[in-house]
Design a protein around this ligand. Structure first.
Ligand SMILES: [Zn+2]
Length: 82
């Protein structure tokens, strides 16, 4: 199910680096998992790429239950070349 494209991964890596350089974004490291019934470390997964931003899903590191989603805004693709 998981698609891995090295080129895409590289782009995402660069964008993450840029974002970190600009400001420290809050990245949820622990969220409440209804299945585990406690705050758990989470894994971030890119769900959708929307015009308004990238939508990420947070999954419980233990049971892979979805514990939340988030849209990363403000990362405008610099694709306009004049
Ligand atoms: Zn869990």
């Amino acid at each position: 199910m998981e698609q891995k494209h090295s080129a895409q991964g590289q782009v995402r890596f660069v964008r993450a680096q840029n974002r970190q350089a600009m400001y420290r974004e809050f990245d949820a490291t622990e969220l409440y998992c209804p299945k585990c019934r406690k705050a758990v470390p989470v894994r971030k997964r890119l769900l959708l790429v929307l015009p308004e931003g990238d939508k990420y899903e947070y999954l419980c590191a233990f049971c892979s239950q979805s514990v939340g989603t988030k849209i990363d805004r403000g990362v405008k693709p610099m694709s306009v070349i004049i």
